[in-house]
Design a protein around this ligand. Structure first.
Ligand code: SF4
Length: 268
């Protein structure tokens, strides 16, 4: 088990705070890029790719029911073939998720960025390295006891925030992953992921520090690693969140051991 000093070192909290050059700033929306996207939209429409999720509830239900029966063998290919929202026409690679398919921990971010879009794997690049340090602080690692995914499986152009309709169109995939993995704890990384999962419009400050639930799984909210790279002092708060998450997981295990049932939600 990592000591507190080990963990603080992994998170870059020792020996002293150092002011670093902010990295991964939000990409500006360039008019040229916006025009390119508009042009692609016209091409996509002619190719049968929709800009908005289907308005047919029956079709949506059929799609959701089909995705809810997907097995791992077909999951990534199904995501890769998905055209249920307009992101299908701007992505380079879909990013289904990565990790231990029997994990206790599931970390969920907002959406793939440029690095992820290029490699087809979530949380690579500098933010990914910080997430790996956060996982190491918990004594787990990518691919061992943890699964990493995003609310959206495709990158929004210019790293814009996901549209609610896109998150809704992609939700069946995330829900199927949660059903297949059956994690004991979800960690929502950043406000966007947290509000999309919880269906609330709230600040991250108001969501941190307590236990929520998503599909009956305890859920903890903390900062997105890309945010932490730009706001170093908040790493200490992220560490508090990880401590809470580890305690919730440990307590739920003890409760299950003692009663054969999952722990109750302290927030309820
Ligand atoms: Fe399909 Fe999700 Fe990609 Fe949209 S973001 S095209 S719903 S996989």
């Amino acid at each position: 088990m990592a000591t507190r000093d080990d963990v603080l070192q992994e998170l870059g909290l020792t020996p002293v705070w150092r002011k670093r050059t902010p990295v991964l700033p939000p990409l500006p929306v360039r008019p040229a890029a916006a025009n390119a996207v508009a042009g692609e939209a016209a091409s996509a429409a002619s190719a049968g790719i929709v800009d908005e999720p289907s308005t047919s509830h029956a079709a949506d239900d059929d799609r959701a029911a089909r995705i809810a029966r997907l097995e791992w063998a077909d999951f990534a290919a199904d995501v890769d073939a998905c055209t249920a929202c307009g992101l299908a026409r701007t992505r380079n690679r879909s990013v289904p998720g990565v990790g231990d398919r029997h994990a206790d921990w599931m970390f969920i971010g907002e959406a793939p960025g440029a690095d992820e879009d290029a490699r087809g794997e979530p949380f690579v690049g500098q933010a990914g390295r910080l997430l790996d340090s956060m996982l190491a602080a918990l004594g787990i690692a990518r691919g061992s006891h943890v699964y990493i995914a995003n609310v959206l499986k495709c990158r929004p152009p210019n790293n814009r925030s996901p549209e609610p309709a896109e998150a809704e169109a992609c939700r069946p995939y995330l829900d199927r992953q949660i059903s297949l993995i059956a994690p004991r704890l979800v960690v929502a990384l950043g406000r966007s992921a947290a509000t999309a999962l919880l269906g609330v419009d709230a600040t991250i400050a108001s969501l941190r520090g307590r236990v929520h639930r998503y599909r009956s799984v305890p859920l903890i909210v903390t900062y997105h690693p890309a945010y932490l790279l730009r706001n170093l002092p908040d790493k200490a708060k992220a560490w508090e969140d990880l401590i809470l998450a580890r305690r919730i997981l440990r307590d739920s295990g003890q409760a299950a051991d003692a009663t054969g049932a999952p722990a109750t939600d302290p927030s309820e």
